[in-house]
Design a protein around this ligand. Sequence first.
Ligand code: FAD
Length: 452
Amino acid sequence: MLAQAVATGRPLIPVFVLDAQAEVLGAAAKWRLGLALAHFSQVLARLGQRLILRRGDPLAILQDLVAETGAAGVMWQRMYDPQAVARDTAVKAALKAKGLVAESFPGALLIEPWEVATGQGGFYKVYSPFWRAVSARGFAAPVPSVTSMCTPDVWPASDNLADWQLGAAMRRGAAVCLPHQRVGEAKALARLDEFIEESVERYRAARDFPGQIGATSGLSENLAWGEIGPRTIWAAGQRALHEGAAGAEHFCKELVWREFAYHLMHHSPQILTQSWRDGWEGFAWRGDNPDAEAWRRGMTGEPFVDAAMREMYVTGRMHNRARMVVASYLTKHLLTDWRVGQAWFAECLTDWDEAANAMGWQWVAGSGPDAAPYFRVFNPAGQAEKFDSDAAYRRRWLAEISPKPGPDALSYFAAVPERWQLRPRAAYPAPIVTLAEGRARALAAYAARDGA
Ligand code: FAD
């Protein structure tokens, strides 16, 4: 989008509007948005530009800015969630009605969700044929980064980012979570290079082992904040593939899971809030409950689950294998509604992505498209044995089970609220449910639904 705006040859005024939708982001996402904005402002300043910050109703703000500056139009990068689509459609219509240019551009995805359809003209509900269809088409090449732009003679006023207090609900942010973030385009590109150089070769074999640091790209954090585009990642993956890197195709396939999530959200936006498969809304999941609270606090007594929950609280991220295991444990062993888990991920993740999060939760719960079959109950102990056989991941995050806890395990206790009353040297809790009981209860509930 920026490249197209630069190509107009007119002065540009980069604007970020904090609207009602951004106001309700989870604590970690809102804090991470603040880091992204601060960094982007600095990058623009080095180009002699400014980032104009305004808070409130986007249409009113844009109309004010047009009146103040005499701008001929507004251009923005498209978003795909239903609220953003409704907002942007209304903004576009209102600006156009005033004779202004109002244009939205792709960039956040490899392919627009409506550009691919099944042979019958519907949307894909299963990943493999989606992958075959989109990978056969290929994708547009990435656009080079912008290095110069025309500036206006007079800048409109901007809010002060600090006044927005985007980190207010994230008290652990600067002290604990910050060292785990890589903010900005330059760091995202370096992360991609590093991954392609050092890890893509072993990606397929190593990506499932959460103790293997650097085995996956970590790029979800930067994708979530628009600090790198998927086309740049795809192009790097394809180059590695043509150079014979063993894990490159698998990496590209994972990137396309993200596209699938957006395809699903576009065609069935109810995936964000309702069980996607027919007949699942009445399933016997429990609402929020004390076991779910133990899950949120990383205190279930199930080491692999607790390690993962603490990883997320400290870093804002969680390994993909661990996401599947904790989601299965919550929805199956604890028989708790997937939306309880979805909401906690939204609160804690700095790579939070509405589409990928909803698809991931519903996939694990069994209520989503192309979902894991209901009888697939991940056994956290078995998963730990298989994917963390040397216990490196569990020891990294659980101070209670380690004679000499490392800095990550200890940082969890520095991060949690005092009212949780967690102490690193306390005894590790007994399991809140035995794996056999939890599994039996889940299978009984799922079988009852199936017979319904
Ligand atoms: P890599 O393995 O390096 O993969 C490269 C890219 O491919 C990722 O950055 C991501 O954009 C995409 N990708 C990989 N796996 C998936 C997947 N299963 N679904 C969609 N895209 C994928 N991902 C998010 O970005 N945000 C979320 O909020 C989110 N919530 C999830 C919740 C649950 C319950 C589950 C099971 C998965 C969730 N995922 C989410 C997907 C996945 O766990 C992360 O994308 C992945 O762990 C990111 O790490 P990475 O960047 O190192 O991935």
